[in-house]
Design a protein. Structure first.
Lengths: 192, 55
């Protein structure tokens, strides 16, 4: 028997034993009405994701941990990436990674990079030491990534790099093309 | 002259090993236009250089 309710007011003493499967479909939900917390385990949501890259070569001072500048956005779904810093607006667990292209023209003693959360290393530096291998025009790529919990408001991630070599030589995060340069990318793994 | 070079000029006994990952001195640049700075100075014998020395 169909029940029709007209007007406004409060109905008490009514219990609902559950809705049949399929009764709530996408047509019945307002856009963006389902929150991250309501998504079942194993279902990919619409968390923030980004991919950025450098558009030019960045000089690095001798033996100085230098924040890597990524000034070109390939995509930034939720506008969470700014000033080479990722500050997501949704709390949860994130994966972030970078591929850095180091350039040098003389023997070097160490190079690497780390991922930092709120200024502290969340990915310990990936670091190569004492290889002493270099020729003019040489470059070397390092890739690394990690996971981190970010609170969706103040927590942020950024990338710092270091290149140690003899004095008076080129030390840089090298740009050669849109693909042969420094990249950084990240995305939400799951909600908090 | 970079901050590293200034420190080496003040303390010639230091070398790049003191500034490595596990070294006692960490220099940093936040790419915010403010330049290089000393983020950590835990050298066992040498005092942190003063601003006047680094000027």
């Amino acid at each position: 028997m169909a029940i029709t309710i007209n007007g406004s007011g409060t109905i008490g003493g009514v219990s609902v034993g559950g809705l049949p499967n399929g009764i709530v479909d996408t047509d019945m939900l307002a856009s963006a009405a389902v929150e991250q917390a309501k998504i079942a385990s194993g279902v990919v949501g619409n968390g923030p994701a980004f991919h950025v890259r450098a558009s030019s070569t960045q000089a690095v001072s001798q033996s100085t941990w230098t924040k890597v500048t990524f000034d070109t956005e390939i995509f930034d779904t939720d506008n969470c990436y700014s000033s080479s810093t990722f500050t997501p607006t949704v709390a949860g667990y994130y994966y972030i990674a970078a591929n850095l292209r180091f350039g040098f023209n003389a023997p070097w003693t160490g190079l690497g990079f780390s991922i930092r959360k709120n200024g502290s290393e969340v990915m310990p530096p990936i670091y190569l030491e004492q290889l002493n291998t270099a020729n003019s025009g040489t470059s070397l790529h390092l890739t690394g990534g990690c996971t981190a919990y970010l609170n969706g408001s103040s927590d942020y991630l950024d990338i710092y790099a270091n290149l140690t070599s003899g004095g008076g030589v080129v030390r840089e995060l090298n740009y050669a093309s849109t693909t042969a340069c420094c990249h950084c990318y990240g995305f939400m793994i799951r909600a908090a | 002259m970079s901050l590293y070079e200034k420190i080496i000029a003040i303390y010639p006994e230091l070398n790049s090993n003191d500034f490595t990952l596990n070294g006692s001195i960490v220099l940093q640049n936040d790419s915010d236009g403010k330049g290089d700075y000393i983020a950590k100075w835990e050298h066992p014998t040498l005092p942190r250089p003063t601003e006047e020395q680094l000027a």
